[in-house]
Design a protein around this ligand. Sequence first.
Ligand code: PMV
Length: 321
Amino acid sequence: MTTGTACGKIILFGEHAVVYGRPALAVPLSQLRAKAFVTRRAQEGIVIHARDLEREIVVNDASASEPLAAITRMTLERLGLYENLDISVESDLPLAGGLGSGAAISTALVRALAAHFDQALTPAQISALVYETEKMYHGTPSGIDNTVIAYEQPVRFDRPKPSAQTSVGQTTLGWEITPFRIARPFTLAIANTGVTSPTKITVGDVRRGWEQDPVRYEKTFDTIGEIVQRAQDAVARSENEALGKLMTRNQDALRELGVSSPEVERLLDAGLHAGAAGGKLSGGGGGGNVIFYMGEGRADMVKRALLDAGAVSVIVTKIGT
Ligand code: PMV
């Protein structure tokens, strides 16, 4: 049996605006992982066992838009190899929670398949394959999830602004992926609202809003772009204390875009009152996870307050180690 694993990810700054050509910063979340296991199968065909989803997918019978079947087919095509296989996938990452669960499962699956056939794929090749399934999950993904997860390092992500020639999500060409430096590690708390919110929905809502009022939305995207740049400069210069305020300003802009939710706001209030220096939703929003920049020594109090306020889980983790 061969195994492939992949980390989750957190978008620190810049979600949604990144779809419209502004930068975003994302970091791997290495402590939560997706895993895939591949073994040879005695019977005909390829079967994917997704216990978390309580599903068994027969690849040959699955529709073209079934992401796990699609990534399996595409990877085998890319490798130019085929065998009857049993594939199992599992994940520590909550589904539709803004931590990149879909991209992590696909990445783990690609890695396990490549290992099964003793083949090597580069992070760029894996990222490009996984991007194809991100389109199935997201509709118009920027590509940030597959990128940070396939490379497993902090990444600044710049996508060209959509124009008449390249509509949003149409192409993987022209991405600029720059690893960024975190000079001094910092602590984040990640609180799960327990509300699953498919990214496709909030991305679609923002798109409709942008189509109706492009001037207002573009202005908010510009504000987010400036916050991202400041945050990147701050972490490069060890000025981590600036991150709390920047997160809260990023959240203000996300609220303007309409992607916050009552559950997100409740956790934000609780975390900030308990002493977190700042916070924001992370990922698509509408629920999912809320991240907090933690000052020294505050983690226990903040964690307790978040759980009391209804968080279904709270992870405290160091970023940049
Ligand atoms: O919900 P997630 O973690 O998959 O993140 C989505 C990030 C967005 O900027 C909202 C969409 C995208 O494709 O970049």
